[in-house]
Design a protein around this ligand. Structure first.
Ligand SMILES: NC(=O)C1=CN([C@@H]2O[C@H](COP(=O)(O)OP(=O)(O)OC[C@H]3O[C@@H](n4cnc5c(N)ncnc54)[C@H](OP(=O)(O)O)[C@@H]3O)[C@@H](O)[C@H]2O)C=CC1
Ligand SMILES: N[C@@H](CC=O)C(=O)O
Length: 410
């Protein structure tokens, strides 16, 4: 017999409402006792008595054994989740920025208080990737995990490539559909994808990495010339986070736009859909596909976590706890496409090797090999120059699975 869950829900926005819609169609052994929100003046679809703006009504209620945290405020979310875990309540959260930023602390709290924090909905919406990394690939060596981890930016890219819709209109649609973060820079700047990648890497490789250390370049500077170039080469541009084991000592992570060709699974992942490609030593290549954003797809992942808590499921962080010599590094050589205006930027990036250069009127690009650290040092300059950078393994004739990202001297 499963344990009855008395739930205190934080947040009744896109995901909170989505979760509620799903729960009311089921006859599960659970009850939503109280819902904490921020703004008491907003119209709600449920009776007023169910809502509160006082978080203590949930956190200090001994009858509530489960907290579901679905709010859009990172610091408040961390406070709520920490207090819940410390007072014996199990938690489900979808707040990827909060989880990626405070993962070490959250793991410690779970260990100290014997409570469980689950967060499938935080990474790629409806795709069950965390539990697969945690359980299914427990004993597999994973060469790489990559994919499309952000629905809003993929929506904008699909609208542009397939329907010629301009960037701002597509972004507005992604916001209206409830896909985008409160600050959409998180989506289009590659931050959201980075937080998800960091969470996935903790389960895949056992490394907990500070988000500040990981490069994220997004799609804000994408220009018609870049799209035209991709079309001519029969490629698409997608925003792709990559975690790759370089050798038995080093793992690298980065988020960059990427040229993908039609043989890659990601080529056909459009709009708010996400895709995760796992390259494993023995299972070889596997692909997970599903909706990455939106109330119901994310709500379904949150509900799956809630259901797992009825049986006291916990992540064991087996790879993080195993003797693991893997270290994170940015000291790696990658092939990029750089569309730029200012020659000084090309100088500053100190390409190790230039394979192709192109100049025609205002359109100038180089394709070549560069150390990832040079991109990190020059990230601000790239943004100010409105230059566009993309991971260009396909332009240099190799796929990610076989790409030789070389760890330089570390
Ligand atoms: N939208 C999506 O597709 C996905 C979102 N997520 C994540 O899920 C979380 C929620 O996202 P989403 O539902 O889209 O956000 P929304 O902006 O739609 O809703 C946020 C909710 O949080 C409430 N809230 C904000 N601050 C507090 C607080 N301090 N205490 C109590 N309630 C608070 C708001 O209250 P009020 O209603 O009064 O304004 C609102 O109900 C975010 O972390 C997001 O990154 C994860 C996966 C997918
Ligand atoms: N803003 C996010 C929402 C889901 O995580 C996205 O667009 O993917």
């Amino acid at each position: 017999m499963s344990k009855k869950l008395n739930i205190g829900l934080f947040g009744f926005g896109v995901v909170g409402q989505g979760l509620y819609d799903i729960i009311k169609t089921k006859n599960l052994n659970l009850e939503i006792v109280k819902i904490a929100i921020k703004n008491p003046e907003k119209d709600r679809s449920l009776p007023k008595e169910l809502f509160t703006t006082d978080r203590d009504e949930i956190l200090n209620n001994p009858d509530i054994n489960t907290v579901v945290e679905l709010i859009n405020d990172t610091e408040a979310a961390f406070e709520i989740v920490s207090r819940a875990l410390s007072s014996g309540k199990n938690v489900v959260s979808a707040s990827k920025k909060m989880i990626a930023t405070y993962l070490n602390e959250l793991i410690e709290l779970q260990e100290k208080y014997g409570t469980s924090l689950l967060y499938e909905g935080a990474v790629c919406g409806s795709i069950p990737i965390i539990r697969n990394l945690e359980e299914y690939y427990d004993n597999e060596l994973l060469h790489s995990i990559s994919g499309i981890f952000n629905g809003s930016s993929n929506y904008i890219l699909s609208k542009g490539y397939l329907e010629n819709l301009d960037y701002n209109t597509a972004l507005k649609q992604a916001q209206d559909l409830g896909f985008a973060e409160t600050d959409p820079t998180m989506d289009v700047g590659g931050y959201d994808a980075k937080y998800k990648l960091i969470i996935a890497a903790a389960h895949a490789y056992g490394v907990v990495i500070d988000p500040e250390e990981v490069l994220n370049i997004g799609i804000q500077n994408l220009a018609p010339n870049d799209l035209q170039y991709a079309r001519e080469k029969k490629l698409k541009i997608k925003l792709v986070p990559v975690a790759k084991e370089l050798d038995d000592k080093h793992v690298t992570l980065f988020v960059l736009p990427k040229f993908v060709n039609e043989t890659e699974f990601l080529y056909n992942v459009e709009y708010e859909y996400n895709g995760v490609t796992v390259q494993a030593a023995f299972a070889d290549q596997q692909f997970f596909f599903g909706k990455g954003a939106g109330g119901h797809p994310t709500g379904s992942a949150v509900l799956s976590d809630i259901a797992a808590l009825r049986y006291d499921y916990q992540y064991e962080y087996k790879k993080a706890k195993a003797v693991n010599n893997l270290q994170f590094t940015n000291n790696v050589a990658i092939n990029i496409y750089l569309r730029y205006e200012d020659e000084a930027l090309v100088e500053a990036l100190e390409f190790e090797y230039i394979q192709e250069r192109f100049y025609s009127g205002n359109y100038k690009f180089v394709i070549g090999k560069i150390n990832l650290q040079k991109l990190i040092y020059n990230q601000q300059r790239i943004a100010e120059n409105k230059a566009f950078v993309a991971f260009a393994d396909q332009l240099t004739g190799v796929s990610l699975a076989s790409a030789k990202l070389q760890a330089a001297e570390v």
